[in-house]
Design a protein around this ligand. Structure first.
Ligand SMILES: *Cc1c(COP(=O)(O)O)cnc(C)c1O
Ligand code: SF4
Length: 342
């Protein structure tokens, strides 16, 4: 049954938006009304840096940016810069050593009782700081049924209780394809929880349509959707509607963000992010330190400054709106949690 949520967009409308996402810096800067001189200044570096990891931004995310402002915190997350081309010691292509955790094509097992499936290489937006920007996606697919080996591995491991669908972004799959995957996972009796890590409700809220809601509502397990927003400006009225619709289906909503220099490295911004998420029915879960991926060093915030910021947040927010400050260490069985510096 298709739930009646009163969403103002049509089923499947998101596909058009995905297809018309900006894929070139000039197009992006023009849509933001940058003057011609500013475009000429920013363009060469943006095009050079995009050769390694292409630019991609959907209109609904562009719409949340301030026009003609190169310091806009949303634009900074997606606009390729010269700084990406500089090699920085310690910043590498596979900062989390994920290749070592791959137990079947696309299936990563690094955490107890849970496994993470890289369902698709596609994302609706390309975040310049992404720790999977160099992930060898081509090696994880190829065959028509590339999930088969992952599903067989999970079925043979009764200690696996939770499956995390990640990517790329699992919600860039069609609802039908996602439905096929969920049907195969449902046949594994020891799986008890389903989690999706997705940025789509934030960057392309129309992805949350009635067909998707019906699919998620029909699952036998508790479903958790972990979204990814870094700045309160990302959460406008449409994002609010999409998140409320997910909540109305009984889905638990959490957020993870990354602490990014020049985007959200102020206690005030992060406190506003937490309270805005709460208004949208989402609890902040993690505030990650940047993973040291090559090309993203200019987003790094020193750990001692991160802890000082976090100390400020802890003094201002109720406990349930304070995310956990965490760092991923390659090879560790879980995150390393960092407390506030006193
Ligand atoms: C931490 C993390 C996970 C696992 O989350 P838990 O809360 O530790 O279960 C999965 N994917 C990414 C990208 C993470 O950062
Ligand atoms: S949406 Fe997530 S996986 Fe995709 S580029 Fe952004 S951070 Fe990376």
């Amino acid at each position: 049954m298709i739930p009646r949520t009163g969403l103002p967009w049509q089923v499947g409308e998101w596909r058009k938006q995905l297809a018309t996402a900006a894929r070139d810096a000039e197009e992006l800067l023009r849509r933001l009304d940058f003057p011609a001189a500013a475009i000429r200044r920013l363009l060469p570096a943006a095009r050079a840096a995009a050769r390694d990891f292409p630019l991609r931004v959907p209109d609904s995310f562009i719409a949340r940016m301030k026009p003609a402002d190169s310091a806009d915190p949303l634009l900074r997350q997606v606009l390729p810069l010269d700084a990406e081309l500089a090699a920085t010691p310690g910043f590498v292509t596979d900062p989390l050593a994920e290749q070592a955790a791959m137990v079947a094509p696309g299936l990563l097992h690094k955490y107890a009782a849970r496994a993470l499936l890289v369902t698709t290489p596609a994302c609706a937006v390309h975040c310049r700081y992404c720790f999977r920007r160099h992930f060898p996606y081509a090696e994880t697919r190829g065959q028509a049924d590339h999930w088969r080996a992952a599903i067989d591995w999970l079925a043979a491991r009764p200690d696996m209780e939770e499956i995390i669908l990640s990517g790329g972004d699992p919600l860039t799959l069609s609802t039908a394809r996602l439905g096929e995957l969920l049907a195969a996972l449902r046949d594994i009796p020891h799986l008890r929880r389903l989690r999706l890590h997705t940025r789509l409700p934030i960057v392309l809220p129309q992805r949350v349509d009635e067909e998707l809601l019906a699919l998620l509502a029909s699952q036998p397990w508790p479903v958790t959707v972990v979204v990814h927003a870094n700045h309160p400006n990302e959460l406008g009225p449409e994002q609010g509607l999409a998140l409320a619709a997910l909540r109305s289906q009984g889905i638990t909503l959490l957020n993870q963000s990354v602490l990014l220099a020049g985007v959200n490295d102020h206690a005030d911004t992060l406190c506003r992010l937490s309270t805005r998420l709460h208004e949208c029915g989402v609890l902040p879960c993690y505030l990650h330190l940047l993973d040291p991926v090559a090309g993203a060093a200019h987003f790094a915030v020193e750990e001692c400054r991160a802890q000082a910021l976090y100390h400020d947040m802890a003094a201002r927010l109720p406990g349930y709106l304070l995310p956990r400050l965490a760092r991923e260490d390659a090879g560790a069985p879980g995150k390393t949690l960092l407390g506030p510096a006193g």
